[in-house]
Design a protein around this ligand. Sequence first.
Ligand code: FMN
Length: 193
Amino acid sequence: MTTIENIITLFKNWYEQELKNTQVQIPTAVCLSTVGIDNFPNARFVSLKEIINNEFVITGPLNSRKGLEFKHNNNVALTFWWTATERQVRIQGIASQLSETLAEKYFEERSANSKAVSLICEQGQEVQDLELLEKKVQEVVSENKKIDKPKDWSGLSIKPIRIEFMEFKKTRFHNRKLYELENEQWHMKQIQP
Ligand SMILES: Cc1cc2nc3c(=O)[nH]c(=O)nc-3n(C[C@H](O)[C@H](O)[C@H](O)COP(=O)(O)O)c2cc1C
């Protein structure tokens, strides 16, 4: 029987193999797609933080465009392309906001620079004076004081409903395994390249 635990184990095996072999600077990068409020799909890279209780965790400010889109429609997708192992993983799922405790934990792990940017910047808002904004960030960094998590800084926990694992083949006869949740039961089918 296929279970989410088996699927996550497969994901972790692939991810670890990639991490061992990759030269990429930010190997945690994953494309997060949301459904835009205007109905256009919207995609951007974020970093995969962790997998907790078989859910994929990403973080960032939720008063940003991605946050507003998530609040409007919590169906999202994550897409990985792992260059060293030549594998693609596609996940569709239902996102929920991280608990305040977990958001605090992830914020605490951020560098002083990242914290200062999160404190000073309104991600996605138009900026009138970029130099002034950067100066404000630098001032906060040089004050060297504890920076508390801004109210809207949080993250998403994504519960998968569909996961496809693809092994890219030079012959283009790619190996594709699709796992789908139907009536609370996971099913796997091999699909054509
Ligand atoms: C490799 C990479 C990793 C990123 N990681 C994050 C992240 O973890 N969280 C985040 O909010 N933005 C991250 N960004 C920035 C996002 O791509 C994006 O610019 C930002 O989240 C604003 O998106 P939005 O306007 O759709 O909300 C990352 C960008 C790149 C290129």
